[in-house]
Design a protein around this ligand. Structure first.
Ligand SMILES: [Zn+2]
Length: 107
């Protein structure tokens, strides 16, 4: 999973001023915005996990739309059934899923 950080000036509602913010993207999805002055951060909750997962699926499978629909219906069940679906790429899959849960723990 690729993490990119960039800095930009945004209005902070704690500092009540335009301050420098660190913006973190994970796989090109906005993950966190943190005010460098007061350290207040806004993270995306469970929805980013879903987006990361769907991104991942699109890369692994040739029929992303089908899997997207299926994941949308019942994500926990879909995650649970994952090992059977991706047997051909076990190591890479395990590593990527592990990464995904690291992001969950940070929130
Ligand atoms: Zn601030």
């Amino acid at each position: 999973m690729k993490e990119d950080k960039m800095r930009t000036t945004l209005f902070c509602d704690t500092c009540m001023d335009d301050t420098e913010h660190e913006v973190t993207y994970v796989d090109k999805i906005l993950y966190q915005i943190r005010c460098v002055e007061c350290e207040k951060s806004h993270s995306r909750g469970s929805e980013i996990q879903r987006e990361l997962y769907l991104n991942y699926m699109e890369r692994v499978f040739s029929k992303p739309k089908r899997f997207k629909n299926e994941a949308g219906e019942n994500l926990p069940h879909f995650l649970f059934s994952l090992p059977y679906r991706v047997m051909s790429k076990p190591f890479r899959t395990y590593k990527e899923i592990k990464n995904m849960f690291n992001y969950k723990r940070k929130i």
